[in-house]
Design a protein around this ligand. Structure first.
Ligand code: HEM
Length: 444
């Protein structure tokens, strides 16, 4: 369908013109009402011309069937970002804010074919060894700890004080980080996503992950880092650092946003007022309507190709809007009648998220424990005043202010074994970083 023939009206504040201007996926207008933008984009057909940041042009697939077709066609569409023509031609400055997210790194996400299979197998096999009961216990302990820090106050920012912190602590445990390394991993990841001095944060993160890999090579433990090292794929130290950094980077921010977006739904929509049994439903609805990664899966055509009625050049940047595909009008009826899990929030095809089960399990446990401990938790500000973080790739609130009846800190059964306590825990405790403080709290 040609959009121009139906003269769609751009959403309020959208500087795109109905005569074919690119639709900007940045700025406060897009974040304030992304659904209005997706509705507008559908007038262009299965794909729409977008701008990810000023001067960064891309094609966005908004239709569910077309999205599946692209995600499953690894012959025509490649993940290796060294094919990105506009970056190679110097049309995009290396310091453009979207470049760190899209530029090539030697990890599974940016690999194709046999290389991808090898790296991905190592990741899926190692993640599959995570014990689900232990994961729930760790999540509960971290949840107890975080709640103990704000429970007595009767108010908290459920994003900054809880949803965004919890995955970082759980990951430190799952990857076997001793105190001093864990502190720097937390510092690095938090800094990367806050965008404050991101370069320094990346340096700290990669330094800490490098030390973790060396430590686990010398002294393996019961953790994902050690299982990746032991995998028959025989990853080199450099490959190890990049895969661990990918898992930490790809996992923590969307996981925090899945917890945050689901809590937002539970606190703002009366349909879930009964609490308890509706957590699963609220998570599914969030994955359909407000997914943590609304627009991603960057791909590059291997050759010039016609796709869903649009001509694409080799090396053009094409992305998938999971959010638009999930909410398309054609799909609504199928969604009502069919599987409640056929959304694209985890992507699809060979690069689909390999960790959706543990991610979901952590989310359920984190929310259940919070609601059990703070049964009357409620939004502390009008819903309209909530602000979403900028940027096309991630969907999450800046803050989620809540109030509740103050509670005494809960203490669960004896703490489980600390991750590798022999490895300079003392040194880390003296420094008093976030992870050290958690380990101290566990040990009390
Ligand atoms: C335990 C937490 C998580 C971990 C360890 C994790 C890890 C990963 C990894 C390693 C990949 C790359 C796979 C590949 O290229 O073969 C990936 C892809 C992806 N993940 Fe996750 N993830 C986690 C949580 C989440 C969450 C909460 C979401 C959102 C619902 C999510 C959505 C996605 C999507 C959409 C992709 C595809 C990206 C693309 O095609 O470019 N992930 N994840």
């Amino acid at each position: 369908m040609d959009a121009r023939s139906t003269a769609p009206v751009p959403p309020p504040g959208c500087p795109a013109h109905a005569d074919g201007g690119r639709i900007p996926l940045y700025g406060p207008e897009f974040q304030a009402d992304p659904d209005a933008y997706y509705a507008y984009m559908r007038h262009f057909g299965p794909t729409a011309p977008v701008e990810l940041a000023p001067g960064v042009e891309a094609t966005l697939v908004t239709d569910y069937q077309a999205a599946l077709q692209l995600l499953q066609d690894s012959g025509n569409f490649r993940k290796d970002a060294r094919r990105w023509r506009h970056l190679n031609d110097g049309l995009i400055s290396p310091d453009n804010p979207v470049v760190p997210v899209l530029a090539y790194r030697p990890n599974a996400m940016f690999s194709d074919g046999a290389e991808h299979l090898r790296l991905r197998q190592a990741i899926t096999d190692s993640m599959a060894r995570v014990d689900t009961r232990k994961l729930s216990r760790t999540t509960e302990q971290v949840s107890d700890y975080l709640i103990s820090r704000f429970g007595g106050r009767g108010s908290a920012d459920l994003l900054g004080d809880y949803a965004r912190q919890l995955p970082l602590f759980v990951f430190n445990e799952v990857f076997g980080c001793p105190a001093d390394i864990g502190d720097r991993v937390l510092f690095g990841i938090t800094g990367m996503f806050d965008g404050v001095n991101a370069e320094r944060a990346v340096e700290v993160l990669f330094g800490a992950v490098g030390e973790l890999v060396a430590l686990k090579r010398a002294k393996p433990g019961d953790d994902v880092t050690s299982w990746l090292l032991q995998h028959p794929a025989k990853l080199t130290d450099e490959e190890m650092v990049h895969q661990v950094a990918l898992l930490l980077g790809a996992g923590t921010d969307p996981l925090g946003n899945l917890i945050g977006n689901t809590l937002h739904r539970l606190l703002t929509d009366d349909r879930y007022a009964d609490g308890g049994g509706l957590i699963d439903e609220a998570i599914d609805d969030t994955l359909w309507d407000n997914p943590p990664m609304p627009n991603y899966a960057p791909h590059y055509p291997a050759t010039d190709v016609e796709f869903a009625g649009t001509k694409l050049g080799a090396g053009d940047l094409v992305l998938v809007s999971f959010a638009a595909a999930n909410t398309g009008p054609k799909l609504s009826a199928a969604r009502e009648a069919g599987s409640n899990r056929s959304h694209l929030a985890w992507s699809a095809g060979p690069h689909a998220c390999p960790s959706k089960e543990p991610a979901r399990q952590i989310t359920v446990t984190a929310i259940e424990n919070l609601l059990n401990q703070l049964p009357d938790v409620d939004l502390a500000v009008p819903e309209e005043s909530l602000v979403w973080r900028p940027g096309p790739f991630n969907r999450g609130l800046t803050t989620l202010p809540a109030r509740f009846t103050p509670v005494e800190p809960a203490r669960r059964s004896a703490p489980q074994a600390q991750p590798d306590p022999s490895a300079s825990a003392e040194q880390g405790r003296k420094r008093g970083g976030m992870w050290s403080q958690f380990l101290n709290w566990l040990a009390k």
